[in-house]
Design a protein around this ligand. Structure first.
Ligand code: TRP
Length: 355
């Protein structure tokens, strides 16, 4: 059964067909709490999670220690960001009765496992991971040293998943190399301890679940939607903010008069309508009309504003209903559940290693 939220946005291309056959699996996913979530998160991951929570055990890790890898001095902000993210989760329809939400920093076994796993991971295998490689190049260019925490994050993310027996991991496309890496670590662990394991496996191999929209472009059309690039529409935005943001979107800079023929490719308003406008036939007609000339940018933008408001405003309204204490209580319960589960698994892992 789809949640009412999803029924109202069934035009968005989610990997619904691929996801509905996933039943009775353990799903582990997470977000770094860098601030409130935006439409990119919504179409890229939150919608998938709404589907997955119906028939699976879902763990959502708020990666509050991973976020410190970039800049540990910013951690004062992390607590507030965590509540913002929780607010977004609940407002989109993630259900605390179905999902275990927890904080990475509250599960000590994650650090324990990360530490053990570091001994079976080589530095070159870390340096091959694209996110690490590009960050390393950037740091080299600026003659800054990369910190160990950052180098360790693929191992810590592997621990996040395997400590909870994750089988499926919904992530953005940029995270898939980390999941490949995680599978290598799992194989290496099994190989290293094969005599203790007596041909049994203690970890599941993991599968990525990608959404069709895992890279929603930002309003500027140059980059993926991101808070730090200031090109995002947040799930907490007001009607006025949505209107202003859509108005500011680039269309075709040669489309000066309404009667001018306009270009559709690279026109961000059409890119967004493709994602958010339910009536696909209408979008086709609008594209044709725009290319012929005679269709104004503002007409298109008004349509898009309405589509976005239909999604965001009910979420924004719900967000305001949750008190901080309510959110903290949910997290507290999730932390406890995760800690218990982690303890049991960590004991088994240690039994294998030390036997
Ligand atoms: N690295 C992920 C991100 O930046 C967050 C994350 C942390 C995660 N641990 C995870 C995602 C485990 C999936 C599984 O979005």
């Amino acid at each position: 059964m789809l949640s009412p939220m999803l029924e109202s946005i069934d035009s968005i291309e989610v990997t619904q067909n691929n996801l509905t056959h996933i039943h009775n699996q353990t799903i582990v996913t997470g977000d770094r709490p860098t601030g409130p979530l935006h439409l990119g998160h919504y179409v890229g991951s939150l919608q998938n999670r709404l589907l997955l929570q119906e028939n699976n055990e879902v763990f959502i890790i708020i990666a509050d220690t991973q976020v410190m890898n970039n800049d540990i001095t910013k951690c004062a902000q992390v607590r507030n960001n965590t509540l913002d993210v929780m607010r977004d989760y609940l407002a989109v329809g993630l259900d605390p009765n179905k999902v275990h939400f927890f904080l990475q920093s509250e599960v000590p076994q994650l650090f324990e496992l990360t530490n053990y796993l570091s001994n079976i991971v080589s530095l070159p295998s870390i340096m091959r991971i694209p996110t690490i490689k590009s960050e390393n190049q950037m740091y080299n260019a600026e003659e800054k040293p990369l910190n160990m925490g950052f180098l360790n994050y693929p191992i810590s993310q592997t621990a996040d998943i395997i400590l909870f027996d994750g089988q499926y991991v919904p992530v953005g496309i940029d995270q898939t190399p980390i999941l490949d890496f995680a599978n290598d670590v799992i194989d290496k662990f099994h190989h290293t301890f094969k005599s203790q394991l007596k041909n049994e496996k203690i970890f599941n191999r993991i599968h990525a679940l990608l959404s069709n929209n895992s890279k929603l472009m930002g309003l500027d059309g140059n980059n993926k939607m991101s808070k730090s690039l200031n090109n995002a529409i947040f799930l907490s935005n007001t009607e006025q903010e949505i209107e202003a943001k859509v108005k500011s979107m680039y269309t075709d800079c040669n489309h000066l008069k309404i009667s001018d023929p306009g270009q559709v490719e690279g026109n961000m308003v059409f890119t967004f309508l493709d994602v958010f406008h339910k009536n696909k036939e209408e979008v086709m007609e609008l594209k044709n009309h725009y290319q012929r000339g005679g269709l104004g940018d503002m007409t298109l933008k008004k349509l898009l504003m309405q589509d976005i408001k239909d999604i965001v405003l009910p979420i924004a309204q719900k967000r305001s209903q949750y008190t901080d204490q309510y959110l903290k209580d949910i997290l507290q319960a999730g932390n406890e559940y995760a800690k218990n589960k982690a303890k049991i698994k960590m004991d088994k892992i240690k039994d294998i290693m030390f036997s």
